[in-house]
Design a protein around this ligand. Structure first.
Ligand SMILES: [Ca+2]
Ligand SMILES: [Ca+2]
Length: 308
């Protein structure tokens, strides 16, 4: 029921059934769009709209119909809003509640993806699955066709939030969410789903670490060419030197960042961290230990945390 732009009626034009029906079609279309905006990342992820009342929510499609089971819109005890989606199966080894898939949702490999949803089962032992199916820009399947987000025969029997965080394959530009009630366990029951959301996040970390033996203790941390810690007085004749640490914010990613321990005259232990695009804060910590005669051991660890 797509939206159609209507022309302006003239003073003496007749109001026809067709014109009124077209207004209704447009209202249904707009209602569907407004309602689904509540979870814009997964269209109609809350299952609030089923325009044609066939039990399959708008923006979701039937991959496999139930066999010895059913599916539909739950309105008597929805998990969120006025409607949830349910799948059910009766007892029987091959019975299942079908498979349903969302519309295509854009994604990329640079953004970590977190899928969240609400669910409850009438019987814990039914087998419920959530899978993410990956697609290329032309919406053909990726080499890594899917990632399982949930597969359980021990499901919550009260309303519960679930989540899966994953990084899309490098060639993925779209994904679909698939929900299933399988025949993996021969338990009769119903699963209720609601409020699927897909959040992308740039919050992640990159870690670098190195250690070595060296002729001298290092007394400062440099990050990306900048002195990022106070210069410490490292007593060369004691077994354990002070820990030195520093941080540098606002480092632009998309290249390598060099973190090193050094003394006033020499660059010492070094870690190179390859930062993805973004804005980063790098934290580094170094230490040294002396064996009491002639050998020093040094270590350096650096962590990059994405700011944006
Ligand atoms: Ca809902
Ligand atoms: Ca429908």
């Amino acid at each position: 029921m797509a939206f159609t732009t209507l022309g302006t009626m003239a003073q003496d034009d007749a109001i026809t059934v067709d014109s009124l029906n077209q207004i209704k079609t447009n209202e249904d279309d707009l209602n569907s769009r407004v309602t689904t905006m509540a979870s814009i990342d997964v269209p109609n992820g809350g299952f609030e709209v089923d325009t044609d009342s066939d039990g399959i929510p708008d923006n979701w499609s039937e991959v496999s119909a139930p066999s010895g089971g059913s599916k539909g819109i739950e309105t008597s005890a929805p998990i969120q809003g006025a409607q949830s989606f349910y799948q059910s199966r009766t007892s029987g080894a091959s019975n299942h509640g079908g498979v349903y898939a969302s519309d295509y949702i854009p994604c990329d490999e640079q953004h970590v993806l977190t899928i969240q949803w609400l669910m409850r089962a009438s019987a814990a032992g039914i087998t419920c699955k959530v899978d993410l199916y990956w697609y290329k820009k032309d919406q053909t399947a990726c080499t890594t066709a899917s990632t399982n987000a949930y597969n359980s025969a021990s499901n919550p029997t009260s309303n519960t939030i679930k989540a899966k965080t994953t990084t899309p394959p490098t060639d993925a530009r779209f994904f679909k969410i698939r929900i299933s009630l399988t025949n993996d366990t021969n338990v009769a029951g119903t699963v209720y789903w609601d409020r699927f959301t897909a959040k992308t996040t740039t919050v992640n970390t990159v870690v670098g670490y190195a250690d070595s033996s060296a002729a001298r203790p290092y007394d400062r941390v440099h990050i990306n060419g900048v002195l990022s810690s106070p210069v410490c007085t490292v007593p060369a004749s004691t077994r354990y030197g002070p820990t030195i640490a520093g941080a540098k914010a606002g480092i632009v990613g998309g290249g390598n960042v060099v973190v090193d321990l050094r003394t006033s005259g020499a660059t010492g232990l070094q870690v190179t961290i390859a930062l993805p695009d973004g804005l980063w804060t790098v934290f580094a910590i170094g230490s040294h230990e002396w064996d009491g005669t002639e050998t020093y051991w040094n270590s350096l660890a650096a962590v990059a945390i994405r700011e944006a």
